[in-house]
Design a protein around this ligand. Structure first.
Ligand SMILES: Nc1ncnc2c1ncn2[C@@H]1O[C@H](COP(=O)(O)OP(=O)(O)OP(=O)(O)O)[C@@H](O)[C@H]1O
Length: 394
């Protein structure tokens, strides 16, 4: 295992900058997930670490070695890809040991490593099976074992579970966490699956258009997104975003106001255009969360589409003359998405008042998209004491 550093790493392809001045400092034994929309540069980043693509600029360091110009085989990294390419005519033992045999490792050493790897991925007893006698999950474990026997300093995994069905993915997720714990090795893992990133990663690196937007533990990315991009990307369904303006008494938007002392936040001034961000689980029916309503006029809404999900109901709320938009799309200025308890008595086309949990209301600079604050405190209460965060009713 080893520390991995990318310093000012850039990759240009003619008119595309696939990776733009990337700085990453990944600790020994850390599990980092790279996430971001299609084409944001995740695979290119991995390829530059693996040595499959040469950076246009910057340096890649593994441990204390500058590997920027080393061939893949000398870097001490092993990759596991989405498309498992096992040799169909070889049994599991031969598949796992292929790379070692190619390098003429002594037989006893090969046996020792294969047994150890098979033990870790729980394939003992299956070493003489052929690939077509195994399930998709078992084949993926063979691919992982093939990486383990190389005893790499760094594992690179590019959507290794993408081709597996939903149930198997969840199972393999647990296996990978166990693997990480046992090997105590550095893992860089690309995924499109937020649940994978949230549950497995020590830190999530969020990329957009080749640029690193934020690298932080999963809950920090979720609760304290650095900017509008991260706020909209992390979390499903997405955060609600509403345009607003800072006023003397707080902020106003087309359909609601929130009172707060803007002087409490650096970089926020009267007249500033802001984007108000609030997650669906921080929107409550006013009747259920009376204490949250203090200091803010309830928002009058009409319920639109309801999506019962089993453990919650996603409820699309129209503010003012809001028009129905596609369900699951990020909410617009006229629409709020609320996630509520499945036992709540609610119907479509119902008029109701909702309130926001201001402790979890985010403000972003509308122009730059940078976060200004996460959570806005209550206004002074009747006694003039500084307000403390409101208590929820639940
Ligand atoms: N060999 C190449 N030649 C030209 N452009 C490339 C090449 N490889 C990647 N790109 C471009 O670089 C950008 C980043 O691609 P990359 O494959 O790293 O994205 P990604 O985040 O892994 O995407 P996905 O999630 O779809 O796999 C894209 O715009 C892509 O079209």
């Amino acid at each position: 295992m080893a520390r991995l550093k990318l310093e000012h790493v850039t990759k240009r392809y003619e008119d595309v900058t696939a990776v733009d001045d990337m700085n990453l400092d990944i600790d020994d034994g850390e599990f980092v997930c790279l996430v971001g929309p299609s084409g944001c540069g995740k695979s290119t980043t991995m390829e530059m670490v693996a040595g499959l693509t040469t950076p246009s600029g910057g340096t890649v360091t593994i441990g204390d070695r500058d590997v920027t110009n080393l061939p893949p085989k000398d870097r001490g990294v092993a990759m596991v890809f989405q498309n498992i390419a096992l040799f169909p005519h070889m049994d599991v033992y031969d598949n796992i040991s292929f790379g070692l045999r190619l390098r003429d490792y002594p037989r006893e050493e090969i046996d020792r490593r294969v047994e150890h790897a098979a033990d870790i991925v729980q394939l003992e007893g299956m070493l003489d099976r052929m690939p077509d006698e195994m399930s998709g999950g078992q084949r993926q474990r063979v691919a992982i074992a093939r990486a383990i026997v190389r005893e790499p300093d760094v594992f690179l995994m590019d959507e290794p579970l993408a081709n597996l069905d939903a149930k198997l993915r969840v199972h393999m997720r647990t296996e990978l966490q166990r693997l990480h714990k046992e090997l105590d090795t550095t893992i860089i893992y690309v995924t499109h699956d937020q649940a994978e990133a949230m549950t497995m990663a020590d830190r999530i690196a969020v990329l957009d258009a080749g640029k690193l937007q934020q690298i932080d533990p999963p809950l920090v990315c979720y609760n304290e997104p650095a900017n509008l991009f991260v706020a909209g990307f992390i979390g499903s369904p997405s955060m609600n975003f509403v345009d607003g303006t800072v006023t003397e008494s707080g902020l106003e938007s087309e359909y609601f106001d929130l009172e707060f002392d803007h002087a409490a936040f650096q970089g926020v001034g009267v007249g500033d255009a802001v984007t108000i961000g609030v997650r669906p689980e921080d929107v409550y029916p006013a009747s259920e969360a009376a204490s949250l309503a203090s200091g803010s006029r309830p928002i009058e809404v009409i319920t639109d589409v309801l999506e019962p999900m089993g453990d919650e109901i996603f409820t699309y709320l129209l503010m003012g003359e809001g028009e129905t938009s596609m369900a699951q799309e990020a909410a617009t200025n006229d629409q709020l998405l609320m996630s509520i308890d499945p036992n709540t008595d609610i119907t479509e086309d119902q008029e109701m008042d909702v309130v926001l949990d201001r402790r979890n209301v985010h403000l972003f600079d509308a122009a730059s998209g940078q976060a200004l604050t996460h959570g806005i405190v209550s206004p002074p209460d009747a006694d003039g004491a500084a307000g403390s965060p409101a208590e929820t009713d639940d």
